[in-house]
Design a protein around this ligand. Structure first.
Ligand code: GLA
Length: 372
């Protein structure tokens, strides 16, 4: 009898702590109630691995070799890159069919790519008995995105998708990978994701540029402050030395990273103390910094955050993920969620000619096998 196994990985929303992960800083994401599924069937007649997805419009086989090269169809490289990593560890996944489906919008800042990568890593791990821990799977998936896809992303997305627990957000130190599962006690408030539906190509070049600018800032600040990661520079050290960052773009990037990491600390404490309004204020500040200092927001994201901030029942709102279009995340009072969706949607359409989508989410579990 043919064995069919199904696995599920969520997407993620980052509540606060953007562009801090590859700078050794803090992030505070949770997994969401939308994600990706893969159904895996053993089929000895397949030479290589068969990958297919209706939504992602692909059906074909790939050869997984240690020196396999990326293919033209972009999303295929996410599972392929992960399988190549397993091949390098000596595990072979030939003779399987992987069929992907899901309800996570693509390229919308909710980590559809990390969802596919971690899902594939988790499934392959189970199929070949590689016995890697969830954390090792997250690192493997990140490595494949860095090396195979050539995006120098941090660990946030893969980590939360691998490690998340329902009703908790993860306060992760991306330098040491020490983390704390923090109860996401939002009381009467709900997490509402607003999708700008602004088509966002993966701005991998703009992303990698930000990585390089942060490295330039670190190269100047490290000898003076003895830190090894940009996010470890304290706000007062930055103030003392910022005149040495003569390139204003580099100075702005560094200021964002240092202040954003500090905001994550304050936000997790605020949440633990039930100070939700303070948490929301920090979200607004994060958005302004991403817009003005890190320059990864967009007209549509700014418009949606502005509209949210003027809507009754909203205590915080910001862009989430890599930006350049994609999604916002807002904290909205439960009684006001429906009017929020109607009003923000209506005014957003008036300003941008685009129709927004909204997803109300709870914090969900990370990747798992679906028991049939
Ligand atoms: C993307 C990357 C993450 C992180 C965010 C920005 O989602 O994959 O590693 O850098 O952007 O916070």
């Amino acid at each position: 009898m043919t064995t069919i196994r199904t696995f599920h990985a969520p997407g993620r929303v980052n509540l606060i702590g953007e562009y801090t992960d590859f700078n050794g800083g803090l992030v505070f994401p949770c997994a969401i109630n939308r994600g990706t599924q893969v159904t895996v069937t053993e089929d000895a007649s397949v030479s290589g691995v068969a990958l297919s997805s209706e939504q992602l419009e692909f059906s074909g086989t790939v050869n997984v070799a240690v020196d396999a090269q990326p293919v033209d169809k972009q999303w295929v490289n996410y599972p392929l890159g992960v399988m190549v990593e397993f091949a390098r560890l000596g595990f072979n996944v030939d003779g399987y069919k992987f069929h992907y489906s899901g309800d996570l919008p693509q390229s919308a800042g909710l980590s559809s790519s990390a969802s596919i990568s971690v899902l594939t890593a988790f499934a392959v791990n189970a199929l070949v008995g590689a016995d890697l821990s969830r954390q090792e799977l997250a690192l493997l998936a990140q490595r494949s995105e860095n090396d195979f896809i050539n995006v120098q992303c941090g660990i946030m997305d893969q980590f939360v998708i691998a490690m998340a627990q329902a009703d908790f957000a993860i306060a992760l130190d991306c330098d040491t990978l020490k983390y704390q599962q923090v109860p996401l006690s939002l009381g009467e408030y709900r997490i509402v994701i607003g999708n700008t539906n602004q088509p966002r190509e993966l701005k991998s070049s703009a992303y990698n540029e930000r990585v390089a600018e942060c490295q330039s800032a670190l190269a100047i600040l490290a000898p003076l402050t003895k830190v090894e990661q940009l996010a470890h520079v304290t706000p007062s050290q930055l103030k003392e030395h910022s005149h040495l960052l003569t390139d204003v773009v580099v100075r702005n990037r560094a200021t964002h990273v240092v202040e954003e990491s500090d905001r994550v600390k304050r936000a997790t404490v605020a949440l633990e103390n039930g100070a939700l309004e303070e948490f929301g204020q920090l979200m607004y500040q994060s958005h302004v910094s991403l817009r003005d200092l890190f320059e990864v927001s967009s007209y549509t994201l700014d418009c949606m955050v502005d509209l949210a901030s003027n809507t009754e029942g909203v205590i915080g709102s910001r862009m989430t993920g890599a930006g350049f279009g994609g999604c916002t995340v807002s904290l909205v009072h439960a009684d006001k969620v429906e009017p929020f969706i109607v009003e923000v949607g209506r005014q957003y359409q008036k300003s941008t000619d685009l129709e927004a989508s909204f997803y109300v989410t709870t914090a969900t579990d990370g990747v798992s096998e679906v028991q049939s």
